[in-house]
Design a protein around this ligand. Structure first.
Ligand SMILES: [Zn+2]
Length: 308
């Protein structure tokens, strides 16, 4: 009888974890385009000039106006080249686990304009760079509770599917300042953060700028180029990934294994740093260095630990 009970308990546990995994993998979000088009026409009537810009923030001056509406594009001539200063970066959440990349999603037949990072409802979401909160809103069929920040460096970042907002519109924030709590609102199946980076409305693959596993930017600067691919400049931090999948892969490439920048392990109940290190053939010191944590750090169930 006891054996049967144990087997049943094991089966239940496996089913639960498979379910959670499947949820995360299926996490799909933002067919925001339809909604955005509607918002754009509304925003035309609400544009108000603002004198609140801090003129020492050159990136802010690139934009034609300040308003609190979602905008798909801006009516402004883009510079041929613009250097975006990434040095003040702070990771948008503690998790290092990317669950979905930027690019074309064949199963949905459309583009995914951001990077999805695993988090749990209630986890803190933080501003990625210094800036000013432009939009705090709810969009039931897309982003859910979301925030848009316009940054001093010229980027705008979007944080979607949050359970709670912690900021107001027009408030200035420093990189790393809490702006909301993670969640599963809007078009989302499984708690995660949908994170976008844009320059004057143009999407940039966040992973071109940021190594989420390392919680660092890839270089000091990113040089945006109109009608061409941007490049990294200054001191390199982490290697840039292969270009995002803008198009469906060719037949011959379909079976090729997907290269991931690093291996991540999710902490389970009862795990210790020593056990995790041993499991991955590493010393505790190596593991701590890689994850920027102390050897006596408390581990949380579900916490993502980088193991390579
Ligand atoms: Zn997403």
């Amino acid at each position: 009888m006891n054996t049967i009970r144990t087997v049943l308990a094991c089966l239940a546990l496996t089913a639960t974890s498979l379910c959670a995994q499947a949820q995360d993998l299926l996490a799909d979000h933002v067919p925001a385009d339809r909604h955005i088009r509607a918002l754009d026409s509304i925003s035309l009537f609400r544009i108000t000039p603002i004198q609140e810009f801090n003129l020492t923030n050159p990136g802010m001056e690139l934009y034609p106006e300040w308003n609190n509406q979602y905008a798909k594009s801006y009516d402004v001539k883009k510079p041929n080249e613009y250097t975006i200063d990434l040095r003040q970066f702070h990771a948008p959440c503690d998790s290092r686990l990317v669950t979905s990349h930027y690019g074309y999603r064949r199963q949905f037949g459309r583009n995914h304009y951001g990077t999805d990072i695993k988090l749990y409802t209630g986890d803190t979401v933080r501003a990625a760079f210094n800036g000013k909160i432009r939009v705090v809103a709810y969009e039931g069929r897309g982003y859910g509770n979301y925030v848009i920040i316009r940054h001093d460096n010229g980027l705008e970042t979007v944080y979607g599917h949050m359970s709670k907002h912690l900021v107001r519109e027009n408030q200035t924030v420093k990189a790393g300042e809490p702006i909301g709590l993670g969640g599963n609102t809007g078009r989302s199946t499984g708690s995660h953060l949908h994170f976008e980076t844009r320059f004057l409305g143009e999407f940039i693959d966040p992973e071109q700028l940021i190594d989420f596993a390392a919680q660092d930017v890839r270089a000091d600067y990113y040089v945006y180029r109109k009608n061409a691919k941007g490049t990294l400049a200054g001191n390199a931090r982490a290697k840039a990934p292969v270009a995002a999948n803008d198009e469906a892969p060719k037949r011959s490439e379909q079976s090729a294994p997907v290269k991931r920048p690093s291996k991540t392990y999710l902490v389970k109940k009862g795990d210790t740093l020593t056990a995790i290190a041993k499991k991955h053939g590493m010393t505790v010191q190596e593991l701590c260095r890689l994850n920027l944590i102390k050897e006596n750090a408390n581990l949380r169930v579900g916490q993502a630990i980088r193991c390579s």
